[in-house]
Design a protein around this ligand. Structure first.
Ligand SMILES: *Cc1c(COP(=O)(O)O)cnc(C)c1O
Length: 426
């Protein structure tokens, strides 16, 4: 990559949530192995982001590479309408094995946002089939993030999300104040009053509640008490509202449980997974539900569930996802995530006394440092790169969710680099 490549990128290519008028500089990455990104000029960075929660087993994993190569030599793609194939079947078998007993019907799709759209459509179609079409609204909590497509946007945080800009076209959903009691705090029943009030007032019009179990990701990196989720499950039963758990960020071991809903010992009615599903190799997601709900959905006049993307069940993505889940099923993730959690708790504790820091939060392989003021993205990004680490904050939040394979020494380098940068902020 040379100057003119970077110039072309700057002038012609959109990156996530960026301006075409004044884009911030990008670093060029030409290779990645294990937890390391190799830059175009030969520098290496320890990755703290797992490419947004996804590359849990590390980059360039021999088994995932092999699964992709084997599948390419058979077929990269075949349509899923009227056709099935071994990779989709193997993957769905594992998904059914790994998730809650009731979740045994799988809809494979191409990205997290689509998995959320599919979940919302399932919930709405379910109530149409039950002859209650008026149950079409979604309940949710503030500070959520569920994706960038229109229905997903409508359930994202109404203040920090995209509501203002798209207000005229977004479905109006039903929001409650987010839980305030943290994961480790002493539980207090009052935390459920806001959501309970929304259930009481609006359940006749509510198809489902959608939330990220235990850890809210891109909407604020908040970690709430498992009893909150337990109470929401009970409210769903009481008021006949479906529970959609969006585990696109939290799923596959990230919070210390295979799925974050396990912290509350509950089962969702509908589950969305994505991000780490393929070990970060390519885009794939799934929406799962129970036999009863799945079959009810198919009892509308349409007789089918009305969704079916072109690349549904893409064999290449399914083959890699199947191998990624095979690695998880061998069980090492539990010790890996446990030791990352322990080390993060130790090393992040020294952040608490820094003037710049408002709060530190750790759960599983997720570490969050909430600052008192928002960061300047351009300068903090450059400072992290100088430390030899890749960390991408947003707003007041500096956070990492490292790959499960990170060593103690690499994680120490990552934490020390963050400490250097934060303690030198104005
Ligand atoms: C990232 C994310 C999504 C959207 O997934 P995409 O693959 O980016 O479309 C939805 N929900 C949650 C909780 C996420 O973290």
């Amino acid at each position: 990559m040379n100057e003119s490549d970077f110039l072309f990128d700057k002038e012609h290519i959109w990156h996530p949530y960026t301006s075409l008028i004044s884009p911030l500089p990008c670093i060029g990455v030409i290779e990645a192995h294990g937890v390391e990104l190799t830059l175009h000029d030969g520098r290496k960075l320890i990755d703290g982001m797992s490419s947004w929660w996804s590359t849990i087993h590390g980059y360039n994993h021999p088994r995932l590479n092999q699964a992709a190569k084997d599948q390419i030599n058979n077929m990269s793609h075949v349509m899923f309408g009227g056709i099935t194939h071994p990779s989709a079947i193997a993957l769905c078998r594992r998904l059914v094995e790994m998730t809650a007993p009731s979740l045994d019907r799988v809809f494979i799709s191409d990205s997290g946002s689509v998995a959320v759209e599919v979940a919302l459509k399932m919930a709405i179609q379910y109530w149409v089939a039950k002859d209650k079409p008026e149950k079409s609204k979604m309940l949710t909590i503030e500070h959520g993030y569920h994706g960038d497509t229109f229905a997903a946007m409508s359930v994202c945080d109404p203040i920090n999300g995209m509501h203002e800009l798209f207000n005229e076209v977004l479905n109006q959903q039903l929001f409650a104040t987010a839980p305030q009691i943290g994961f480790y705090d002493e539980w207090n029943e009052n935390d459920i009053l806001p959501i309970k009030a929304v259930f009481e007032a609006h359940h006749q019009h509510a198809a489902a509640i959608i939330l990220e179990p235990i850890v809210q990701g891109a909407g604020g990196m908040r970690m709430y008490h498992p009893n909150y989720l337990k109470a929401v499950r009970e409210l769903c039963n009481e008021f006949d509202v479906l529970l959609i758990c969006d585990e696109i960020a939290t799923g596959f071991g990230r919070t210390g449980k295979l799925f974050a809903y396990e912290h509350a010992q509950i089962e969702p009615d509908i589950l969305c997974v994505g991000k780490a599903l393929t070990g970060g190799y390519m885009s794939l997601a799934a929406t799962m539900t129970s036999k009863t709900i799945g079959e009810t959905i198919c009892k509308t006049k349409a007789g089918v569930f009305m969704h079916g993307p072109t690349f549904m069940g893409n064999p290449l993505a399914c083959a890699v996802a199947n191998e990624s889940l095979a690695i998880l099923q061998e069980g090492h993730w539990k010790d890996q995530v446990g030791s990352i959690e322990q080390q993060l708790k130790n090393q992040f504790s020294k952040f608490e006394i820094l003037d710049q820091v408002a709060e530190v939060r750790v759960l599983g392989a997720i570490g969050v440092i909430e600052l008192k003021t928002s960061v300047d993205m351009e300068s903090i990004q450059a400072a992290f790169v100088l430390q030899g680490i890749w960390v991408r904050p947003f707003g007041k939040l500096v956070y990492i969710m490292p790959q499960y394979i990170i060593t103690d020494d690499e994680l120490t380098t990552l934490c020390d680099g963050i400490y250097q940068v934060i303690s030198n902020l104005e």
